[in-house]
Design a protein around this ligand. Structure first.
Ligand code: GLP
Length: 247
């Protein structure tokens, strides 16, 4: 089945749409398993989750969470770590239990073991119900950079210059930014029962077009999502601007 594409007027509408899906899912299955990303794109979504949680409409007390990826070399408490980002923007804002938060430790001594254990943890949790994704300007999902096999599992990956430049910005940060990361694989992500991908802004338009309108190929990791039968792509007009067909 082709991904369902929805184009929104603004970011707030996208955030509300995601929260609506989560609310329905939590009603159906309070002990849902979610997989979550970092990035500027999801900040409004996490803000909307926080707002709705405060209105007592969401309960995360039984939810299990998996982080999608992490920089190698950064401790969980490091200010630039994804774990820190998620603590600050999501985990500390709602009633997710610390024991139910699963994350890839960028400071793990044995990286291969860390990856294997993560796959085991996902299996033990009964698989992921909903994976929320952003997309990189080069079409990456989580940190699956171009060239990542569609059946890849959680593993170490070398980050492209482009990814480091867009995530760390200024030259100084670029020089000292982590060159490697841990990421859930494309194959791992495709096992999720439902996938929601969000893209906002004109800088994402090329990647969005490649994801949806090219034949699935490893040059655009996100194009693997065409092989999944429950994918919803939420776009603002700028991110959708290069699409041939708009609905
Ligand atoms: C990072 C993350 C991705 C995220 C992407 C987009 O590289 N590994 O999971 O989707 O950046 O980030 P942003 O939303 O800031 O554009």
């Amino acid at each position: 089945m082709k991904p369902k594409i929805i184009i929104f007027e603004d970011t707030k509408e996208i955030a509300e749409y995601v929260v609506d899906i989560l609310e329905k899912e939590l009603k159906k299955k309070p002990a849902s398993v979610f997989c979550v990303p970092t990035g500027k794109t999801v900040i409004p979504v996490y803000e909307e989750i926080t707002k709705t949680y405060k209105e007592k409409k969401l309960d995360f007390s039984k939810v299990k969470i998996f982080d999608l990826d992490e920089y190698i070399g950064l401790k969980p408490e490091h200010k630039k770590s994804f774990r820190h980002f998620l603590d600050k923007n999501l985990y500390k804002k709602v009633n997710i239990k610390e024991n139910n938060i699963n994350f890839l430790n960028g400071a793990a001594i044995n990286i291969d073991n860390e990856c294997k254990q993560y796959e085991e943890k996902i299996k033990k949790a009964g698989g992921v119900d909903i994976t929320l994704l952003g997309i990189g300007v080069n079409g990456h999902i989580a940190f699956n950079e171009p060239g990542s096999p569609f059946d890849s599992r959680t593993r170490e990956i070398i980050l492209t210059y482009q990814t480091r430049a867009s995530n760390f910005g200024r030259l100084y940060s670029l020089m000292i930014s982590p060159k490697k990361a841990l990421t859930m694989g494309i194959g791992t992500i495709l096992k999720s029962r439902k996938i929601i991908l969000i893209a906002i802004g004109r800088h994402k338009a090329k990647a969005v077009k490649a994801m949806l309108e090219s034949e699935p190929n490893t040059n655009c990791p996100a194009s693997a999502l065409q092989k999944h039968d429950d994918v919803t792509v939420l776009l603002d007009k700028k991110a959708a601007s290069l699409l041939k067909k708009k609905n």
